[in-house]
Structures are given as C-alpha cells and as structure tokens.
Design a protein around this ligand. Sequence first.
Ligand SMILES: Cc1cc2nc3c(=O)[nH]c(=O)nc-3n(C[C@H](O)[C@H](O)[C@H](O)COP(=O)(O)OP(=O)(O)OC[C@H]3O[C@@H](n4cnc5c(N)ncnc54)[C@H](O)[C@@H]3O)c2cc1C
Length: 375
Amino acid sequence: MSNIYNKMLDFAKQNIAPYTDNVDIDAKFPIDSFEAIKKNKLTGLVVPKEYGGMGFGLEEHTQTVLAFASSCATTGLCYMMHNVATMCIVAYGSEEMKNEYLPKISSGDLLLALAFSETGTGTHFYNPEITVINSDNKLFMNGRKSFVTSALYADYYLVLSNSFEVEGLDSWLVHKDLSGVTFEESSWNGLGMRGNASMPMIFDNVDIDISNRVGTAGSGAEQVFNVVAPFFVIGLSAVYTGVALNACNTIIDYSMSRKYSDESALCNIPTVQNHIADIYTNATSAKHFTLAAAKSGANGDADALAQIISARLNASDMAVSVCNKAMKIGGGTAYAKRITIERLLRDAYAAQVMAPSTDVLSIWLGKALTNQPIP
Ligand SMILES: Cc1cc2nc3c(=O)[nH]c(=O)nc-3n(C[C@H](O)[C@H](O)[C@H](O)COP(=O)(O)OP(=O)(O)OC[C@H]3O[C@@H](n4cnc5c(N)ncnc54)[C@H](O)[C@@H]3O)c2cc1C
C-alpha cells in the first residue's frame, strides 16, 4: 500500500477546490476538475500497471476519494463511481474487454459511471427490473434507471440488468451515444451534491453487443458483492468524511477570524471551544475509521465488510452532526451562506439516502454480526 492521501489533498486544493462554489451555485457537473483528473491520468488509479494504470487498490481509492471530497463532495462522488465501474472491468472483464477499455481509462480518454438504481426497487439497487432480451440473436435492453450520477458526462455506464441467459444478474458497459439511450436532462435539482448530474437514463430497445457484458452470464450479483460492496460503500464513507473534514476546517478558521468590537474572537468563547472539540473529534474519528476499514478490506480481514459498512454508517452520521454544529457556531453568517457550511450540510444529507441507505445498511450490519444472511 502507498500513502497518497497528502499528495491527493494537494492535487485537490489546486485543481478541484477553485471550482467547488460554482459547481454548487450553477448545479453544473465539475468539468474543470475532471479535466485535471483526466490530464493527470487519475482516471487510471485502480487500473493495473500492465494496462497503463497506476495499479492501486482499495486503500488508495479511499484516500483519493477522501482527499477530493474534502474539497468538493460532488467531484469525490463522481470520481468514486468511476473507480467502482473500472474495478468491475478489472476484476470481471474478459482479456479482450480489458485490452479495449483499460488503456483508454488510464489515459483519461474514458470516464465511467454507475447506472444501478431504479424507481421500482429504489434503494435496493441490486434488484433491477431492467430487461435484456434475445431476439433473433440480437440483444435489446429496455428499462429506466432513476438516478445516474455523471449522466451525459461519463462515456460508459455500468448497467445492472436481469440476465437474458440464466437466473441472475448481468452487468453491461453501455455507451451514452448508443441508439435508444436517452437522459431525462435537467431533472437534477438536488438539495446538495448539486453538480452531480444524477438524472434518469432510459433504454429504449438499445441494441447491445454481448462483448459489452462485463463477466460471465449471471455474474452481476457476484460483482455487486465482491467489487461494488467494498469499493462503493467505503467510497461513500470517504465522500462524507471529506464533507465532515471540510466543515471542521472551515468552522475552525471562521471561529478564529470572526472578531467582536472588543477584539475577542468567536473561538475565545468556551461553548464554542466545546463545539469545536466535538466537531474535530467527530470528523477525525470518521477519517481514521474510514482509512482503517479500507485497510481491513485490502487485507481481506474476516470482518472487513462489517468494518466498511460500519465506517460508512459512522461517516454519514458524523457528516450531518459536524455540519449541524458548525452551522450553530457559524451563526447568522453561516445561515446567510457567507461561509460554506450550509452547502456542506446540504451535501451531507445525501449520505443517509444513497443506496444502500443507512437504514438498510444498519439492518445488514446487525444481521452480519449475528451470523444471519444478508442480500
Ligand atoms: C446524490 C445522489 C446520487 C446518486 N447517484 C446514483 C448513481 O450514480 N447510480 C445509481 O444507480 N443510483 C444513484 N443514486 C440513487 C441512490 O443510490 C438510491 O437508489 C436512491 O436515492 C433511492 O431513492 P428512493 O427514493 O427510490 O428510495 P426508497 O427506496 O424509496 O427508500 C426511501 C427510504 O426508505 C427507507 N427504506 C427503504 N427500504 C428499506 C428497508 N428494506 N429497510 C429499511 N429502510 C428502508 C430508507 O430510509 C430509504 O432511504 C443517487 C442518489 C443520490 C441522492
């Protein structure tokens, strides 16, 4: 394992932070941040070196997402999903598929996204209703995905469908320009994560090629369990820990710079000091737990998945709690949006609803810890 967290923090400060405010205000996908990510070939973070990538794994993925999200939660989330889709190709793609896509991902020519959730099954994205049928040896995909982050900006979308061959799920790489693929544009007006471009994606008799199936027939559920579960769940933990750390740093700076007429500062008030202590403790605990759970996942510890789920639950609570307290210390100035805490609070709320939602995950964790099967 390499520790690339500080390096990625520096990268984010220079290449992501300058655009964060406008990404939120204009609700626009972070194009400039992704230009820099592509130019620096960070799209190839988890691609093995033999395909031109950086050859990193779960820990460096977590460090990088955490560092990016500390500057911009939207950029961290979109980037995290790209890595998850890439990992599915790395772990399950045929040699032909890897040779076709991985070098282009490494060079920054391709950006990926996840098209999993559907209205009919909501937060249970691992139960898709979307269909693929075989008609005269041609494959047609039909259905609708409800929230697809990076929609229109990603080139390929990893789509989970029912298998046309066997009982089970398949996953597919679908290009955005295929005939029959459309997006419900302008339908994203989220409370937070405003640059996400999370819009519905429609598949109307999309003619797909079997060579674009990732893995063998019916391997979709296995991909969800082995790749999506660790990389996505720890990725969400990292995104919302980034939000908590950003709020923590922002409010500490503000408490020192906000002065009263008698020259005293906000941070001289004991109650504020108590809140700052709590905020720092919560944000730092989320950071250490997230990084430790990623390490456990990379080591293949027996309780790795429990740690990863637990880290994500903790980070989701910490992000909201830190931002709530920071709003209080920030007073009317924070409420009037003159410092960025309110944006971070809005971003933090997404943590609890992103699939699998924290309510669903806490049931899974309780079951896993008591040796009961989870989906
Ligand atoms: C910012 C953002 C970005 C997203 N990006 C993507 C993306 O890129 N790709 C993608 O596929 N999806 C994405 N999603 C969708 C997301 O992952 C969820 O699938 C979606 O938010 C579910 O919304 P819903 O209204 O259908 O939830 P519902 O299924 O209606 O659930 C609502 C709430 O009910 C509760 N609940 C439901 N079922 C249970 C249960 N069995 N046990 C306990 N509680 C339960 C939970 O509290 C849950 O939050 C994104 C969502 C957001 C907010």
